[in-house]
Design a protein around this ligand. Structure first.
Ligand code: MN
Length: 133
């Protein structure tokens, strides 16, 4: 693996979105771990210690933000950067996302051209994905 290749846990309950995100991040050279609900996201994060978590906010049963609160409360996972994915862009929702412990967020629908570069900032690596313009 190159030094810019990282493991990213993608938490997304929509199969089509998951497929798209997986393709984009693999193209950037990252290893992708996948979960479709908050509880399995927590289990995978604890067991595999990914370099970053890309967390859908709207998930079945436990919400993405509830899962982030658990992860940020656990010393084995609280240093992992979490970027939320949300369809909401209202100020109150952004505040709720950051209060839950997320390090940042991206808006849905996901912009596949800019996603690798945005995540690279949280990973502390240079993006080796395609140029965004
Ligand atoms: Mn969802």
């Amino acid at each position: 693996m190159s030094e810019t290749s990282k493991s990213i846990l993608v938490v997304e309950d929509n199969a089509l979105n998951m497929k798209l995100i997986r393709a984009v991040l693999r193209f950037s050279g990252h290893e992708i771990l996948e979960a479709s609900d908050g509880e399995s996201a927590i289990d995978i994060a604890r067991a595999q210690a990914p370099d970053l978590i890309l967390m859908d906010v709207q998930l079945p049963r436990m919400s993405g933000l509830e899962a982030v609160e658990v992860l940020k409360d656990d010393p084995t996972t609280n240093a992992i950067p979490v970027v939320a994915m949300t369809a909401y862009a209202l100020r109150g929702d952004r505040e709720k996302i950051l209060e839950s412990g997320c390090d940042g967020y991206v808006s849905k629908p996901i912009d596949t051209r800019t996603l690798p570069g945005v995540l690279a900032e949280y990973l502390g690596v240079d993006s080796d994905g395609p140029p965004s313009r």
